[in-house]
Design a protein around this ligand. Structure first.
Ligand code: FAD
Ligand code: SF4
Length: 428
């Protein structure tokens, strides 16, 4: 199940933010006020008791600190690496007001979870067997968070995953430099070590199995299939050589041992304004592209990539253009040669030369496999506990409305597992 891969010596795969040393972690933990009604807890979608885990670090109880994190967020290791903490817990930290410098909650979270995962087995023990067979579609953060919580509550769980490896976008989407040293697979192995979770790979809902079959053979089904489709630019020439979907570009980089053979343009234009655009652009520069521009159709305030992420891209030499709406793809000799844009405010047209265009304009739900489930605005509709319009069918993560972030997917999975457990306890 491990990556073949990802040479640690290539800049693409080197850890973007090296971990804190034990001394640095102690100094940082000592800065925390251990606030009562701490705003950082409120700001965490999974509700981790931040002051409690930081106190654990400050008092040398790293195991206790890690357990505090993992009991709310079993993907605490990934979230410590990829969460946009600058708009979540660290944004809410009261120390911003005093020193303009929050506690480095993400880095401390990584310190504690890495400590535990490097040393100890799974710290949680499953409850006595509970009635009800549960099927989960998708082994990403939402699916595996749900599976882990259900396993802890005593259920046996069968996960159906379309890809040959688990982890969802942790494995195939998020940039390698955020998930160095095969962390996605190490974390999944840790999560599955709780027991009671079986994963069937290369098994796609809608092709190899149907929702009707899952409902027939199980007491509950959790849909956690993310957004498997890619939005189009809706411009002529999208099939030209050199016009590439950014998520597939990143997925390929994540799965090779040596990126030397991966084609990258000399002049790359990335169209989009989110995480995918940032990650694709930075990875293109690390692969050797000479000139990389992110073109976004609105202003800086509506970019879903945070200011910190935009600064990270600029720090790698990426230029970010705002108000640039793609108007046409320019072709020369059957290949991409540039993109013509219209300035969204002035209406002026201008063209950027490009021998590679990376499309990062968003993913979209492929609704067909979820036959019969109510869908609106390309998301599966759910109540506050993740119940869909079909009895016994639940959903969470990117395929449902809400923040498209790993931490939100984890929370959705956890919350749905608790609802499934309650519903099954009442029914069976
Ligand atoms: C390039 C990129 C970078 C990102 N960077 C960040 C970041 O830095 N920080 C952050 O917080 N978030 C980031 N995100 C968002 C984050 O990755 C997602 O919000 C999160 O992975 C959603 O989890 P999920 O389990 O809902 O879906 P996914 O992670 O997409 O997992 C869905 C799983 O379902 C499987 N599946 C799909 N269809 C089927 C089917 N029909 N049958 C069976 N299995 C199926 C898929 O193969 C996949 O394994 C990024 C996203 C992208 C695309
Ligand atoms: S808000 Fe900041 S200082 Fe207060 S408990 Fe949270 S991390 Fe510590």
């Amino acid at each position: 199940m491990s990556n073949p891969t990802n040479s640690p010596t290539h800049a693409l795969y080197a850890d973007a933010h090296p971990p804190l040393t034990p001394a640095q972690a102690l100094v940082e933990a000592d800065r925390c006020y251990f606030c009562h009604d701490a705003p950082c807890v409120e700001a965490c979608p999974t509700g981790i008791d931040v002051p409690r885990f930081i106190r654990g670090i400050a008092t040398g109880n790293l195991r206790g600190a890690a357990i505090t994190i993992l009991e709310e967020n079993i993907f605490g290791g990934t979230c410590a690496r990829v969460c946009p903490t600058e708009v979540l817990c660290e944004h809410a930290c009261v120390r911003n007001a005093e020193e303009d410098r929050p506690i480095r909650i993400g880095a401390l979270q990584r310190h504690a979870t890495d400590w535990l995962m490097d040393r100890d087995p799974m710290p949680f023990v499953r409850a006595a067997p509970a009635p009800g067979r549960v099927a989960i579609v998708g082994a990403g953060p939402a699916g595996l968070s749900c599976a882990h919580r259900l396993a802890l509550l005593g259920h046996d769980v069968l996960v159906f995953e379309a890809k040959p490896k688990p982890g969802g976008l942790n494995e195939y989407g998020i940039a390698a430099y955020k998930m160095a040293d095969d962390f996605a697979q190490r974390e999944v192995a840790f999560i599955l070590s709780v027991g009671g979770i079986e994963v069937e790979y290369d098994c796609r809902l809608g092709e190899d199995i149907t929702l009707a079959e899952l409902r027939r053979d199980h007491d509950a089904v959790f849909l956690a299939c993310g957004q498997a489709g890619v939005r189009a630019l809706a411009l002529e020439g999208e099939a030209l050589p050199g016009v590439v979907d950014a998520v597939s570009f990143i997925a390929t980089l994540r799965q090779v041992a040596d990126p030397a053979g991966i084609p990258v343009g000399r002049r790359v234009v990335v169209i989009g304004g989110g995480n995918t655009a940032i990650d694709a652009a930075v990875q293109a520069t690390l692969l050797g592209a000479e000139d990389v521009t992110i073109a976004y159709r609105r202003g800086p305030d509506t970019m879903s990539a945070t200011a910190k992420e935009q600064a990270w891209a600029r720090g790698h030499g990426v230029r970010i253009l705002h108000w640039a709406r793609p108007a046409a793809l320019v072709e020369t000799n059957g290949a991409i040669a540039g993109v013509m844009f219209q300035h969204a405010r002035t209406g002026e047209h201008f063209t950027l030369a490009a021998d590679m265009v990376l499309k990062a304009v968003g993913q979209i739900l492929v609704p067909e496999p979820a036959e019969g489930v109510a869908v609106a605005a390309a998301r599966i509709m759910v109540d506050a506990d993740g119940r869909t319009s079909l009895p016994g069918v639940y959903a969470g993560g990117d395929c449902t409305p809400g923040l498209d972030l790993t931490v939100q997917a984890v929370q959705d999975g956890k919350r749905a597992a608790e609802a499934i457990h309650r519903d099954l306890s009442g029914v069976i």
